[in-house]
Design a protein around this ligand. Sequence first.
Ligand code: FUL
Length: 451
Amino acid sequence: MKKIFAIVIALFFICNVLIAQSLPVPSARQLAWQQLETTAFLHFTVNTFTDKEWGEGTEDPKIFNPTNFDARQIVKSLKDAGFKMAIITAKHHDGFCLWPSKYTEHSVKNSPWKNGKGDVVREISDACREYGIKFGVYLSPWDRNQPLYGTNAYNTYYKNQLRELLTNYGEVSEVWFDGAKGKNAKDMQYDFPGFWKLVRQLQPKAVLFSDAGPDVRWVGNESGNAGETCWSTINKDTLAPGKADPKYLNTGDPEGKSWVPAETDVSIRPGWFYHSSEDDKVKTGKELVNLYYNSVGRNSLLLLNIPPNRQGLLSESDVASLKEFRTILNETFKTNLAKEKAKGGLTDKKLSTFITVKENQPVEIDFKNAVTFDRAMFQENIASGQRNEEALLEYWDGKEWQKINEFTTIGYKRLLRFSAVTATKVRLTVLKAKQPIQLSEVGFYKASDGE
Ligand code: FUL
């Protein structure tokens, strides 16, 4: 009898473990990527000098001539603003290469900049290493200059260029495959499986971005908003770069079989490239903070574009906004009021220490004294998948529990903003979850000047 009982118990545990394992989970590279939180995009090419957003591919390489290009100024400004990676448009849709590719004449080697001896990719990647941030590349599949475009030989051309970028510039942490293509562009069957295989072979730690992943997906808009509900899971087999439903990408799919978290790409200016006419339209630090809440705070990652100008520098106005952005975030998140009050490693800034929370079993945090806060933060241990579907946050007003907020997904991070509350206690109740959630971190903060 005892034996049977032991077997039943063992089976019960094995089943639980199997069920728990059936949720999609991130790979090591996806987990590392998500924790970067903020990364930077650098859109720079002939467009910077022609004042266009999409080049034609017919531009004379001589037009590319930054007067004072300084990769260190660019990367240091990003580093100071807390960005953990810089992704450079090594080649945009116009086909102009910012590195001296062997496979085309349409590159910096035919520009007057540094007498044709310059290499933007080299200088940016070196500066990233110098300042200790990661480096990534954008290589546009759509190429309006390359005569082979439209034929299968273009796939070989593209792979040759990928190989150059992935073997000559040290570690590459992200490769960005843009699905964009003009309406009148030639038909082209891209060999995405072949492109991705090559990246895996040459840079196994790099994450692959496209509309459809395979590692990280487009968030479905360029305005900086992840879905209010945002799952890191999707069914990617039905999707292809340039052909996915933006709404589906925006929220993800709670029933999705693959882990493909959302990346929120947005520009600090209206356009992706520098235009002097947009110098007075640079987003303010406060606006950038709003984007942070709407991306990182909704289980996504913020990929903010800051385009170098014609000098080859980040403009002062843009750098000032970046500074303001980081100052506000640093001030807001400096003091976690739950520190030493929430038990179980919930404020140790480690995803790997967590408490397991079942539905309708509130977790209470007793601040001991009355504290005032207007921001809350929750994190799940996403290494074990994303589980929370609905939750309720309340505070104790001295007599009864009052609702602060009801929300949906948590995932890597959920940030909540609300009018300031003064309370001695709060509680979080998981209302609905795929499985008991692994709550890693909680935070309560008073925002700097209510930003
Ligand atoms: C889009 C492109 O067409 C834009 O020019 C920009 O590079 C943006 C990040 O992706 O698809």
